[in-house]
Every structure is written in C-alpha cells, then in structure tokens.
Design a protein around this ligand. Structure first.
Ligand code: SAM
Ligand code: CA
Length: 220
C-alpha cells in the first residue's frame, strides 16, 4: 500500500527542487556561500524559503518578525515577497552571521525593508511590546535557540495580530523528538513546544512535515 505520508530520500528531494524551485541567482549564491560553512545546517531549505515567500504573498504581509537570521536566507525569501513599504524586524545576536545577510540584502535591493536588531531576541520582543506594538505584526518566524522557543512563542503571540501567523521551525528535530533515548535540553524543549501547540486554544494549528518540521499557528 502507498503510504499517505511519503518518506523523502535525497533523490526525491532533488526531484522536488527540480520541479518546484524558482530561486533568484542571488538566493542561490547565498545558499552556496552558506553551504561552505561548518554551521550550514542551520539554514532553512530553499523549498521552505519558497513556501514562506508564497505565504507572505498570500497574506499580503507587511510587518514581519524573524527570530534567528543567521546568514539571511529565510529573511531574504520573506522580504522579497513584501511590498516596498514592508518591514521585517530581524533578530539575532551574532554580527558575523548577519554581516553576510546584510551584504545579500543590499545586493538584492531590499535593505530598506530590513530592521536588524542585534540583541537577545527576548529583549527585542519585550521592547516591541513596551513600544505598544502588540497585535501589529502579520507574520513571525521562530528559528533561534530552541530552549527559548516557548518564550518566543508567547511574546510572538502578543505581537501578532488576530489572523496573523507564527511559523515555528525544526519541530520534528531530525526525528529526535520521537526518540526517547534523546534527553538533551533542546530536544526536550521542542517536545514541550509540540505538546503546547497541540493544546493551545488561542491558535488554529498545523504541523507541516516540511524540511525539519514547520509549525504553522494562526492567532485566533
Ligand atoms: N533562519 C535562518 C536561515 O534561514 O538561515 C537560520 C537561523 S539559525 C538556525 C539560528 C540563529 O539564531 C543563529 O543565527 C543564532 O545566532 C541566532 N540566535 C541564537 N540565540 C539567539 C538569541 N538569544 N537571540 C537572537 N538570536 C539568537
Ligand atoms: Ca531552522
């Protein structure tokens, strides 16, 4: 019997890219530059970036929050889909990573859409709440340190407008969340996040088996 959820092997991933990916030369260049780094696995996949790009367009999102920028692939994919007056607040703590991101934002002519905040994301999100920006954002992408996911989610839920969306990355965590032999802090934080999202009545919810598991929560 054909399984309802197919297993993706590398060949099928390549086929998926071949028949769906529409990447700009600069996006490809950023991906290739990042792939040479030892920490390259932190970057989202191109297919996921394209999905997020489409989502931004579907929602007509103009105010976006990103928690975890790295070399900028996800921010670039989303910012390219925003109108000229759109703003993406990009949170990270590592200026070496974000220097690469800024270089690509500038080359692609989207730097004016990016507001980079180099500080622990919890501080940035708290400052946005203090500044009265609750219910002001259309979309938030959570992809920073996993042990703070619960806190990022709660703050994002305050900052997102009703009907807005929070994307939560890596919820399947390479399968570790479903393997009790993994007892590290990150895996446990993601298991708790999954249980919390399942039961949270403040959102409509789906966990997409895309890339490493992408949670999609719509604020009610
Ligand atoms: N979304 C990125 C992409 O598509 O390439 C990948 C993000 S990477 C998985 C996680 C990022 O979170 C790193 O760039 C790291 O510096 C950042 N980070 C870690 N702890 C953080 C914190 N407390 N506040 C803000 N950013 C943090
Ligand atoms: Ca990720």
């Amino acid at each position: 019997m054909t399984p309802k959820q197919i297993l993706m092997d590398s060949d099928l991933c390549l086929y998926l890219e071949a028949v769906s990916l529409r990447e700009l030369p600069l996006q490809k260049a950023l991906r290739e530059e990042t792939q040479k780094r030892p920490d390259a696995m932190m970057q989202i996949t191109a297919v996921q970036g394209q999905f997020m790009h489409l989502l931004v367009k579907l929602m007509g999102a103009r105010r976006i929050l990103e928690i975890g920028v790295f070399t900028g692939y996800s921010a670039l994919a989303m910012a390219l889909a925003m109108p000229e007056d759109g703003k993406l607040i990009a949170c990270d703590i590592n200026p070496n990573f974000t220097a690469i991101a800024l270089r690509y934002f500038e080359s692609q002519g989207i730097l004016h859409k990016i507001d980079l905040r180099l500080a622990p994301a919890l501080e940035t999100l708290h400052a946005l709440i203090v500044d009265g920006l609750e219910d002001q954002f259309d979309l938030c992408f959570i992809d920073a340190d996993k042990i703070h996911y619960g806190d990022y989610y709660e703050q994002a839920l305050r900052l997102i407008r009703p009907g807005g969306v929070i994307l939560i990355d890596n919820l399947l965590w390479g399968g570790k969340v479903n393997d009790p032999s993994w007892v590290d802090q990150e895996t446990e934080a993601l298991r708790q996040m999954n249980q919390r999202l399942l039961k949270d009545e403040r959102i409509d919810y789906s966990l997409l088996p895309m890339a490493d598991g992408l949670g999609m929560a719509r604020k009610r």
